[in-house]
Design a binder for this molecule. Structure first.
Ligand code: SAM
Length: 222
């Protein structure tokens, strides 16, 4: 049961079994492939993933960039990820238990990234508009934000009816919020569909989009 937007306890409980779910591994791989195809990560890039969880997507992207900041609000998800990092030989990943949506959070204040992305995390963050503004501040000019998440759903995707989440996103509304945060939408694509029996016992399809957006250098008047 969860009655707050802070989902750390839930994910702490689920961390050790997280990677056992084949659909989670499948969607993570598809998201990684879609981001790689859309963004073409380079060894010069500084990348940030928020809501990295156990690193299912991060482990695919980190080897392609220069530095990789992986943040999450669940210590236990990060502990599983850190174990993978330790045995992988990958040396450019820095993990941190950080909630970027908290107004008091300053851990990344001085940093800028050429790539910021997430997979299935945006719907866990209450103030989408404020959060996109925060991402925009952290993005370099010419950088790309890539967000994979659920399209507007019937409210039955999550098993716990009390879990506080957005019930997916309307693409036009999310595009408007990105625009308002100073980010120009490049593309919106359906990249995956969860086929699952929802908590009402109905077999349903839940599409996942990847939206990419960039931050252009402001034009200074002559
Ligand atoms: C559905 S899981 C996805 C995990 C991972 N991206 C994956 O695809 O396996 C959402 C993750 O977002 C994290 N999370 C939730 N709210 C967050 C926030 N405000 N800041 C950072 N991470 C957050 C959770 O702890 C969890 O690990």
């Amino acid at each position: 049961m969860a009655d707050t937007w802070n989902s750390a306890d839930k994910f702490n409980r689920e961390a050790l079994q997280w990677d056992e779910n084949p659909q989670r591994r499948a969607v993570a791989l598809v998201v990684a492939q879609a981001i790689i195809a859309a963004v073409k990560p380079k060894k010069t890039m500084h990348a940030l993933e928020f809501g990295c969880g156990t690193g299912l997507v991060s482990m695919e992207i980190a080897p392609l960039v220069k530095t990789f900041s992986a943040i999450d609000t669940s210590q236990e998800m990060l502990a599983v990820f850190q174990e993978k990092i330790n045995t992988s030989g990958i040396t450019n990943i820095e993990t941190s238990c950080t909630d970027l949506s908290a107004s008091t959070e300053t851990a990344l204040k001085e940093k800028r990234f050429e790539l910021i992305y997430s997979s299935m995390t945006l719907h866990h963050i209450d103030d989408t508009s404020g959060f996109l503004n925060r991402l925009s501040d952290l993005l370099s000019f010419g950088g790309i934000v890539a967000l994979a998440d659920l399209d507007l759903e019937d409210g039955l995707f999550h098993d716990d009816p009390l879990e506080k989440v957005h019930q997916g996103f309307d693409r036009a509304e999310l595009a408007a919020l990105l625009q308002a945060a100073g980010l120009q939408v490049m593309s919106f694509k359906t990249i995956y569909t969860f086929n699952k029996t929802n908590r009402a016992g109905i077999a349903a399809a839940y599409p996942v989009f990847l939206v990419t957006a960039t931050k252009n250098q402001p034009v200074t008047p002559e």
